[in-house]
Design a protein around this ligand. Structure first.
Ligand code: ZN
Length: 281
């Protein structure tokens, strides 16, 4: 028979192993308020008063880094904000994890709205450079055509020329596989050619749903968002992703989360499910 103390230590070891295997990291860029002008203004909940940003939505931004054997995988690239020294926050966050931007081999783009693309390019000292020189940037072709040709304020047009000239751009068509670890599928809903990624690394199945599944709370709210291209479809897809992912033990990456950015489904005693935080601390 086990004593209480032994039981506790077995449980701690199990939890430790579960967390240790998660090889995805949030590169949290910050929280922002956005009004009708679509300009993102940094917002610090500890210092700033939300009432001073009337008519604004509050948005949290988490690009993700997945550490795979053959190079780092980046899921979307953030707004492109910088620290006081002028370094891109996304670069700084990668360095804090012990890597450099040159170690990134795959940049997976769900879509090209500016809160996802600002960090694809580094505009330091008036010179525009590709932010991840050793990476291929994977973009859905129709999303690229739409973003490149449009005058839509949701897109940041000045980055597209830099990316096109870089030689790092790979245009994807429809659904498919990048390598044995990464597959993509056009799920639309947020933009007409938005795509989601499934990444299988270190025995885990990571799911990056981009802005079709940007926050864990949206799984439990049956709602249609105004900002989606096809809100009904987005709502239905969220339900499918949750049902399939909880069966298959996916690790969800929530790009705009205020709470849990990297989560898994966990069954409660009554048979219902909740999301739990599985990020390495
Ligand atoms: Zn977004």
């Amino acid at each position: 028979m086990r004593t209480g103390a032994e039981k506790k230590s077995t449980c701690d070891i199990r939890n430790y192993e579960l967390i240790k295997m998660i090889q995805a990291y949030s590169l949290y860029e910050g929280s922002f308020s956005v009004d009708a002008s679509k300009v993102f203004v940094p917002f610090d909940p500890a210092k700033d008063d939300p009432l001073s940003r009337k008519g604004s939505l509050f948005v949290h931004v988490h690009p993700f880094l997945i550490v795979a054997e053959d190079g780092l995988i980046l899921c979307d690239a953030g707004l492109g904000f910088r620290d006081e020294s002028g370094e891109l926050l996304i670069h700084q966050n990668i360095r804090k994890l012990g890597y450099t931007p040159k170690d990134v081999k795959y940049v997976l783009m769900s879509h090209l709205h500016k809160d996802h693309t600002g960090g694809m390019v580094d505009f330091k000292d008036g010179v525009a450079r590709i932010a991840f020189p050793n990476a291929e940037y994977y973009v859905q072709r129709e999303e690229w055509m739409y973003a490149f040709s449009g005058e839509n304020p949701s897109y940041k047009a000045e980055i597209f020329d830099v990316i096109q000239r870089s030689g790092n751009l790979v245009l994807l068509e429809g659904d498919g596989q990048i390598n044995h670890q990464i597959s993509y599928e056009v799920n639309g809903a947020h933009t007409p050619y938005h795509q989601a990624f499934h990444i299988r690394v270190g025995g885990e199945h990571y799911f990056f749903g981009g802005d079709v599944l940007p926050e864990p709370e949206e799984i439990f709210k049956n709602f249609i968002a105004k900002y989606d291209y096809d809100g009904r479809k987005a709502r239905d897809l969220r339900k499918e992703y949750w049902e399939q992912g909880r069966e298959e033990d996916w690790v969800y990456l929530f790009y705009h989360s205020k709470s849990i950015a990297i989560g898994k489904a966990e069954k409660r005693e009554d048979g219902t499910f909740k999301i739990v935080d599985v990020a390495s601390k």
